[in-house]
Design a protein around this ligand. Structure first.
Ligand SMILES: [Ca+2]
Ligand SMILES: [Ca+2]
Length: 135
């Protein structure tokens, strides 16, 4: 399912994928996993998922703190958006990002079907949303 919003095109894909495989699938479309720029856009993304799946399906978005990945400690470095936009997001779920087990470096939403943004193990299998800016 693809939808235009504020001159961007969003594509929801329910194929359960790791974060890396999801980003690679977006790249095939000259897209990236989506960033979240505003509360309104976040709400839009959740509606898109609900329309596509009939539920608040857990879904990858494009936030990552990749620099943590080689380190098996309790690092929790700076977050970035894989689409290259400035990371100003502050609407994490309570206690997140918690970098659980020192191994959560990718962002997902709708955790346990809730209005909740979380850092997650990048090898978790989730649906995902790509964005094409100004198609
Ligand atoms: Ca992390
Ligand atoms: Ca977490």
């Amino acid at each position: 399912m693809s939808t235009l919003y504020v001159q961007n095109c969003y594509l929801f894909n329910d194929t359960a994928s790791t974060w890396d495989d999801a980003e690679a699938a977006c790249n095939q479309l000259n897209a990236h996993l989506t960033s979240i720029q505003t509360p309104d856009q976040y709400a839009f993304l959740r509606v898109l998922i609900e329309k596509a799946t009939g539920a608040n399906t857990r879904t990858w978005v494009g936030g990552t703190n990749l620099q943590d990945r080689p380190i098996t400690g309790m690092q929790n470095g700076a977050w970035t958006w894989v689409d290259g936009t400035l990371f100003t997001f502050t609407n994490w779920g309570p206690g997140e990002p918690n970098n659980a087990g020192g191994n959560e470096h990718c962002m997902d939403i709708n955790v346990r079907g809730q209005d909740y943004v979380n850092d997650e193990n990048c090898d978790t299998m989730n649906a995902f949303i790509c964005v094409i800016h100004n198609p």
